[in-house]
Design a binder for this molecule. Structure first.
Ligand code: GUN
Length: 294
């Protein structure tokens, strides 16, 4: 079998287009421009690239981007003060504090300080709890993108055996909750899981969010299954260069899977598109407007 390649770039562009249309309607009908503040502490090059891309896409969608860059020496108190300022600013509908944070700052404290109504990352304990309780919530962007990509292949995920590899708060746990909400049967695997390859081979839907280059081999995948690769790993390439690979050994997986996301061009573009969607949803909710139909 040769897997169908799930084109995250196109699906994300389509979602961004729908969000942009809705943002234009919001401006025309209500005079509102959704705004998102992106806070970056320190000089992590990967985070800087990511934040720059986010800001460009936010502007392209007709939204207002407020970028706050702080030095690596920023204290927890200083960052809490900035979060407080952004919470109180009516121009700011969404707040994203880029993770990881420098070691002197407790990320849990920062996330808990963000107004849950502006928590476009869906990381605040209130939104985490709402998602787990089956209540409407702002939900994490990468997991939401993964589920949208899986639904682009299958329509409904009801009854599917889903295996999530990875239990992070950013991807593994929330994607498992979202899949459960879609009525999949969900198993969360992690570094202590026994016989991971055998467990993965049972999955109709495999979500790889481990952060280890090409760890999932072709023979871990059930023939015809769908594999969603969340990994973004930089590995050495010829000529002293580097290249980006996922958590799934792509060529091997493509020979076995029914559908597969590429890296880059799979989950990555969906994360930012979902951030735009969350910002739009947050802005509408804060103004007492109905949920945008997207
Ligand atoms: N770092 C890596 N992914 C994310 C994300 O989705 N949100 C934030 N805030 N930081 C991240």
């Amino acid at each position: 079998m040769t897997a169908r390649i799930i084109d995250g770039k196109t699906i994300a562009a389509d979602l961004r287009g729908k969000v942009t249309d809705s943002v234009h309607r919001l401006l025309r009908d209500r005079g509102l421009v959704p705004g998102i503040a992106v806070v970056l502490v320190g000089e992590n090059p990967a985070s800087e690239v990511y934040v720059r891309t986010k800001s460009k896409m936010v502007a392209a969608a007709g939204m207002h981007a407020i970028d706050r860059k702080l030095p690596v020496t920023t204290t927890e108190a200083e960052l809490l003060a900035l979060v407080g300022e952004l919470n109180a600013d009516p121009v700011v509908n969404g707040i994203l504090v880029q993770l990881p944070l420098p070691p002197q700052i407790d990320s849990h404290k920062i996330i808990a300080a963000i107004d849950p109504a502006k928590d476009v990352d869906g990381f605040h304990p209130l939104n985490v709890g709402r998602l787990a309780s089956g209540l409407p919530a702002l939900v994490p962007c990468t997991p939401l993108g993964c589920v949208m990509l899986a639904k682009s292949v299958h329509g409904s995920l009801a009854g599917m055996d889903a295996v999530v590899i990875g239990r992070s708060n950013i991807v593994g746990k929330p994607v498992a909750q979202l899949l459960l909400a879609e009525n999949a049967t969900v198993t969360i695997a992690h570094s202590k899981t026994r016989d991971l390859p055998a467990l993965c081979r049972r999955a109709d839907l495999l979500i790889a969010a481990i952060g280890r280059a090409e760890m999932v081999r072709g023979d871990w995948i059930k023939p015809g299954a769908t594999a969603i690769d969340v990994g973004i790993n930089r590995v050495p390439a010829e000529g002293g260069k580097s290249r980006i690979v996922g958590d799934v050994a792509y060529a091997e997986a493509a020979a076995v899977a029914g559908a597969l996301t590429p890296v880059p061009g799979g989950v990555g573009p969906m994360t930012i598109a979902c951030l735009l969607l969350n910002t739009l949803r947050a802005a509408c909710a804060q103004h007492g407007l109905p949920e945008p139909k997207i």
